[in-house]
Design a protein around this ligand. Structure first.
Ligand SMILES: NC(=O)C1=CN([C@@H]2O[C@H](COP(=O)(O)OP(=O)(O)OC[C@H]3O[C@@H](n4cnc5c(N)ncnc54)[C@H](OP(=O)(O)O)[C@@H]3O)[C@@H](O)[C@H]2O)C=CC1
Ligand SMILES: Nc1nc(=O)c2c([nH]1)NC[C@@H]1CN(c3ccc(C(=O)N[C@@H](CCC(=O)O)C(=O)O)cc3)C=[N+]21
Length: 277
């Protein structure tokens, strides 16, 4: 009934850390992830710290760039370009969302594609959409890995993705489309959300509203992926009311750990592929 992200993440991280160790014995260096955060939203600071801890445990290095909320687009782009040019950095993650006055898209595009281990650039998005095997957006990539690990058939199924953010909803929809799902993307302007969700075989909740998805919206036997991660460790799905789902991810222990595992895996792959490897 439960799709355990914790278990899947353990396997992915285990393999990534073995590859990291090989890389280190070959080059004398560790794969290195740079994390960039703008402003001091406490939740974002927590996620970034979590990512750094996981890196360390798996034998990766991480460097952190913390910028004030008043940072301009130009300043942020310049910092990210510098990381793109820094041979000691193999992967770059810019924490979404950035403060509203910043052009987030320009900042993402300053990540050179071969360091885009969080899969946020236009290049990576296009590759995902065409089903090419490059860096995927970590959370959506983790979601598809979870579905595969639990033998969920995707082709021909109706997948309803709620949310269309550049790091989650939109790329999740493209990955599911590339796997031949029939995809509906819902967002804040969607009319009749409950009725649409009721027709879903696979539901991906990616909004950031605690318990937005009610039990009555879930078709019996549907597969429910709750990517929401809200204050108090609650997801976007009313978990207690979803006992009739076929499979469901818990929060915590579902999508979150898988996301970080994919991030580490892609950082190791980035290091391995870079010219000096
Ligand atoms: N576990 C993990 O690894 C990750 C978890 N998260 C979590 O997932 C959630 C979403 O994150 P993120 O994508 O970054 O959030 P954003 O705030 O960037 O995007 C939220 C999306 O939800 C849509 N939305 C808002 N309200 C409604 C509504 N009432 N009905 C339908 N759609 C709505 C918005 O629509 P519109 O576009 O119209 O504004 C938007 O597309 C958060 O809880 C976050 O913490 C995020 C990333 C990774
Ligand atoms: N560019 C970008 N990429 C992201 O991937 C990204 C981002 N921005 N902005 C913020 C969100 C949030 N996010 C989480 C990752 C892991 C957990 C996670 O592992 N949670 C644990 C709980 C951990 C705990 O609280 O102890 C779990 O669900 O089991 C949660 C949230 C990634 N995000």
């Amino acid at each position: 009934m439960l799709m355990s992200g914790t278990e899947l993440a353990r396997d992915i991280v285990q393999r990534a850390s073995e590859k990291a160790a090989e890389y280190t014995s070959r080059t004398g260096r560790k794969p290195c992830l740079a994390t960039v955060i703008v402003g001091d939203d406490p939740a974002s600071v927590t996620y970034v710290r979590m990512k750094q801890n996981r890196c360390r445990k798996a034998g990766l290095d991480s460097v952190h760039v913390a910028l004030p909320a008043s940072t301009t687009t130009e300043e942020l782009v310049a910092r990210i370009r510098a990381l793109s040019d820094d041979p000691a950095v193999h992967g770059i993650l810019l924490q979404h969302p950035v403060p509203g006055h910043i052009d987030e898209r320009s900042a993402f595009e300053a990540i050179v594609p071969h360091k885009d281990v969080d899969g946020v650039t236009t290049h990576s998005f296009a590759a995902m959409s065409f089903g090419h095997n490059e860096f995927v957006s970590c959370t959506p990539g983790g979601i598809v890995r979870l579905l595969d690990a639990y033998d969920v058939e995707i082709a021909g199924k109706h997948a309803v993705v709620i949310g269309r953010s550049p790091i989650l909803g939109k790329p999740a929809a493209m990955l599911l489309l590339a796997r031949d799902a029939t995809v509906t993307i819902c967002h804040s302007k969607t009319a009749g959300l409950a009725e649409i969700v009721r027709t879903a075989d696979i539901i991906v909740a990616a909004v950031g509203r605690p318990r937005l998805v009610r039990g009555g919206w879930i078709k019996p036997g549907a597969v429910v992926v709750d990517a929401g991660y809200n204050e108090g460790n609650v997801g976007d799905v009313d978990f207690e009311a979803a006992a009739h789902a076929g499979l469901i991810t818990p929060v915590p222990g579902g999508v979150g750990p898988t996301t970080i595992a994919v991030l580490l895996e892609q950082t190791v792959d980035a290091a391995t592929r870079q010219p000096d490897a």
